[in-house]
Ligand binder design. Structure first.
Ligand code: ZN
Ligand code: ZN
Length: 162
């Protein structure tokens, strides 16, 4: 992410925290910044492992609760169910996901025709749709390349949580 774009995100983050009366602490800014810089849709545990280098006294629980609070106020998204621990997404704009079922990677993509997907009338009558995301499950390029040479690839998948 470009510096200028990152600054805009941080400014928006601080503004949203203020509107929700959430105190801006160095830890919270660091957690947000770490998530924003990651393109991996990380777990709370992945964020915790980096954050504790800068804040050795921080607990996993604090990091996890902070991320859930960020999701509550809408500055980050929780990625749709994947089976493993929760994954967080710093990009709250409409976009779609590829889920690699072998390594657990979640890859962002955009596609104009998905953005224009119709909502069936029977649904829109009884259900207010606030966001649409298409999730495609499959095997990423890295995993298909290595599937014959390295069957243990799936051990990369994060299952650790607290
Ligand atoms: Zn993969
Ligand atoms: Zn995403």
């Amino acid at each position: 992410m470009q510096n200028k774009e990152a600054d805009t995100h941080i400014a928006h983050f601080i503004d949203t925290c203020r509107r929700h009366q959430l105190k801006i602490t160095p830890q919270r800014v660091a957690i947000y910044r770490e998530l924003m810089q990651s393109s991996q849709h990380p777990t709370a545990n992945m964020i915790f492992n980096t954050i504790k280098l800068a804040f050795p006294n921080i607990s996993f629980d604090t990091v996890n609760r902070t991320l859930m609070t960020f999701a509550d106020i809408g500055v980050v998204d929780v990625v749709e169910g994947f089976g493993g621990p929760k994954r967080f997404d710093p990009d709250t704009n409409a976009h779609h996901h590829l889920h690699c079922t072998a390594c657990g990677r979640i890859i962002d993509f955009e596609y104009e025709r998905y953005a224009q997907l119709d909502i069936p009338e029977a649904i829109s009558r009884s259900f207010t749709v606030t966001s649409k995301r298409v999730v495609l499950k499959g095997i990423c390029a890295t995993c298909s390349r290595h599937s014959s040479s390295s069957p243990s690839q799936s051990s990369n998948r994060r299952t650790a949580s607290a």
